[in-house]
Each structure stands twice: as C-alpha cells, then as structure tokens.
Design a protein around this ligand. Structure first.
Ligand code: SAM
Length: 330
C-alpha cells in the first residue's frame, strides 16, 4: 500500500463527508444572506463505497459533516456501516461527527452505540440571547446544551465545542467560554472567521485573531501551551491551575496548510482538496458511469496529487472558493 499523498509531499489521512448541505441554523458567519443553491444528497451506499475506497488508500479518520448531518434520516445506520469498514492497517476507522447539536440529545447514545468515536458541537455563545442572534434561531441554546451533555453522558470522548468568533458578535464571550469548558468538562476551540460565508461579508477586520483570543482568555485565567501533534490544526492550551483545556484554530493568522492532511467529499459527491478550492472533482458521476474500484482509486489518487499548496486568505487577488462553507462541509 502506498499512502495517499500530494505533490507537495503531504500525506492525506483525514476524510470529511458532508451527507447533506441543508441546515436548520442560519449562522451569521456562514449563511449570511441568500440560502444559495442546494445540492442533492447521495444515497448513503454511495458515501460508503467512497469511504471504503479512501480507506484503502490510507485514510484513517472519517468525519461526518454537512450542512447539518443530523437532519439526514439514517445517519445512525451510516455510522454503524462506516464503523464496520477497515483501514489499510485492518482496524476500524475513527468516525467523528460535526453538528450544531440541535438534534443531538436524542441521538448521542444511538450514535455512540453505532460506533461513533467523537463529536464536535458548534456553539458560538454561552448566553442564550447572543446564541439566538448568531444562529438566528430562537430557543436553540437549550437544545444544544442538552445535546452536549447527552454526548458526554453517552461516553463520547472528548466532546469538543467549536466557536467561530466574529467581531461585533461574540468576541467578549471568550472568558465565559473558559468557565464553560471547565464547568462542562469539554474542550472549547475558538476558530478564526474565514471568508467562506454566503454573501461575502468577511473582511480582515471581522476576524478575531489568535493573539486577541489569548489576551481575552488571560483575563479569565492564565494559560499554558500544550505541545501538539504535527498534523493537529488547533493550538492547544490548558489553564494554569490544571483544570480545563481550550484550543485555537487560526487558519487566517497562523495558517497550517503545510501539514494539511484533509480531503473532503461534498453531499453531491464531489471531491474538494481544499476549503478554498475553485473547482471540485465529480466522483459521484464517475461512479454513476459504472467505474470499477481500480478506476475510482486511480481517479482519487490523481485528484489528491493536485491538492492546492495553501490558501490565499487576505492576499491581493484572493479568489473566493467556488462553494460556501454550508455546501462544502467544514
Ligand atoms: N452543521 C454542522 C455544524 O454546525 O457544526 C456542520 C457543518 S458546519 C459548516 C462545520 C463548521 O464550520 C462549524 O464548526 C462552523 O462553525 C464552521 N464554519 C462555518 N462557516 C465558517 C466560516 N466562515 N469560518 C470559520 N468556520 C466556519
């Protein structure tokens, strides 16, 4: 077996599969305006075949995303089927899920029982009114909190919470999130806002950068940096008193493209080699035409080999991605 690599020498081990691009939230940093076109979902059997073939090429972790993946009926069964697959080492892949958490409370235990290893819940405020202003959904906060707690009780470990910070909306929530992480026993990860939203409201001024996040958190408690693995995207910190951990994902101010290990499949079955790709590669169409496994494997290798070297956020001449985040799968 030769690993899936690209021409820049990176080894690709992480696959993200979006199982729908529908979402029940309209977060201000994602679904900023028009709903945008919806792409069709594929039957789960198609994603399963794709996953099996990617695993043959050295993928070790699969993350289910969207859109909102828990809107899709059959997602628990999909997790069960994914967990039966094997990596090239002959072991089950690590199967994770990213969700807004709205429907998680009733699904956490069935997902865990089906083989889910980990869950990441997006939550951008620890105050119900602020949460509603960001997600543009009223009464979502309580459902998400219930979802996070249900995930912990189900034994999904660790439960991570992703918080996208957007200037003017939630940067003052940083210390409260520190408290929340410690209280709930979860890892909160702050994410810098990227230009992947629908109506292009992003500007450098809207980004709350790593240094500012650290300074805001230091007002709550001093932090100590934790050494991180080579392909980890988050900078990790623990609180100086040893209780609680946070992370910061800083693709804008501290890009990590040089050790990116990811590739994505959109809900309509296109391969995207970078969040900021300006084109994608139609794997579903190749499969519909009846391509055998060997042909599909060759196609995947060729596409991944041409993975972009890096993103160009904030540079003159930046070309926006051909899809917005909700239609890619974050
Ligand atoms: N619906 C699920 C959720 O809310 O987690 C999964 C899909 S969502 C697109 C995946 C992740 O992308 C979420 O953590 C979300 O906060 C993040 N995200 C969306 N738009 C973003 C943007 N413009 N910049 C940074 N992160 C973004």
């Amino acid at each position: 077996m030769t690993h899936l690599t690209d021409k820049h020498g990176r080894t690709i081990t992480d696959l993200r599969i979006a199982v729908t691009d529908r979402c029940n939230y309209r977060c201000v940093y994602c679904r900023t305006g028009t709903d945008g076109p919806l792409y069709s979902d594929l039957p789960f059997s198609d994603y399963l075949r794709m996953a099996r073939l990617f695993l043959e090429l050295g993928i070790e972790k699969i993350r289910i995303t969207g859109g909102e993946p828990l809107l899709r009926n059959g997602v628990v069964e999909f997790v069960r089927e994914l967990s039966k697959l094997r990596t090239w080492r002959g072991i089950p892949p690590e199967v994770a899920l990213t969700t807004n958490g709205h429907l998680l409370s009733g699904l956490a235990q069935p997902l865990k029982d089906a083989g889910l290893s980990r869950v990441t819940v997006s939550m951008d405020a620890v105050d119900p009114d602020r949460f509603a202003r960001i997600t543009r959904v009223s009464h979502g906060y309580e459902s998400v909190l219930d979802g996070i707690r249900a995930a912990r009780s189900a034994g999904l470990d660790p439960v991570k919470v992703n918080c996208v910070l957007v200037r003017g909306f939630n940067e003052d929530q940083v210390p409260a999130f520190g408290q929340f992480a410690r209280q709930e026993g979860i890892v909160v990860r702050f994410i810098e806002f990227m230009p992947l939203e629908e109506d292009r409201v992003w500007s450098p001024a809207t980004v709350v950068r790593l240094e500012e996040i650290l300074a805001r958190m230091a007002e709550f408690q001093p932090l100590v940096e934790i050494p991180r693995g080579a392909s980890e995207t988050a900078l990790r910190y623990r609180f100086a008193d040893g209780i609680g951990e946070i992370g910061i994902i800083a693709p804008v101010s501290h890009p990590f493209c040089g050790h990116c290990s990811r590739v994505r499949i959109t809900s309509d079955g296109k391969i995207r080699t970078c969040l900021f790709s300006v084109w994608d590669h139609d794997l579903a169409e190749l499969m519909r035409r009846g391509a055998d496994d060997a042909t599909v494997l060759q196609f995947i290798r060729g596409v991944v080999d041409r993975k972009e070297a890096r993103h160009h956020i904030g540079e003159p001449g930046f070309v926006p991605a051909s899809r917005t985040m909700v239609h890619i799968g974050g």
